[in-house]
Design a protein around this ligand. Structure first.
Ligand SMILES: [Fe+2]
Ligand SMILES: [Fe+2]
Length: 180
């Protein structure tokens, strides 16, 4: 069985995440305060928590970054430290969206404004983060990781007994992103 290249898979994840970021920005920008898109924000939040963070960032943190560290790329500071820091900031934004979603859905305009601020911070952060990974870190990884390292990562990405990376989970969120 030939597994797909793990760096390609991470870049494919980025394209899916970008679709949801664009839809989230668009839906929040085009809805009036009285018609807050609560169902959509809940679906987008589910995607961002369980796929973008729970699966994609997980693959980066548990497979890619350690593989790079084994080849001498420092984890503290440098590009990996920056990526880890940005994942943490992103989690805080998602927690903020989750916190304000119930009140925002029931029409609380203050909660809607706070949620919009968290969402705007998140989408800006993630777009910039993805750009840095695609254009800097993943290019570094493409040079640093040999066939053995890539095969090890592919094995970790295709471990059907790990609930964060199952093909079922990925298929579900690919379908959501592609439905937008
Ligand atoms: Fe990342
Ligand atoms: Fe990423």
């Amino acid at each position: 069985m030939t597994a797909s290249d793990p760096i390609t898979e991470l870049m494919d994840d980025h394209r899916l995440i970008e679709k949801v970021l664009a839809a989230l920005d668009n839906r929040l920008a085009t809805s009036a305060p009285g018609e807050f898109p609560g169902d959509f924000v809940e679906q987008a939040l589910d995607f961002l928590v369980n796929f973008a963070d729970g699966s994609h960032h997980y693959k980066e943190e548990e497979a890619l970054f350690p593989a790079l560290a084994e080849r001498g790329v420092p984890v503290e500071g440098g590009p990996i430290g920056m990526m880890l820091y940005e994942h943490t900031i992103g989690r805080k934004c998602l927690a903020g969206i989750r916190e304000h979603l119930p009140s925002a859905r029931s029409g609380d305009e203050e909660a809607q404004a706070r949620l919009r601020n968290y969402a705007t911070e998140y989408t800006g952060l993630l777009r910039n983060h993805i750009w840095k990974e695609d254009n800097i870190l993943f290019k570094m990884a493409a040079q640093a990781l040999d066939t053995a390292a890539r095969e090890k990562m592919a094995g970790e990405f295709n471990n059907e007994s790990n609930p964060r990376v199952t093909s079922q989970l990925r298929a579900r969120y690919v379908a959501f992103a592609n439905s937008l």
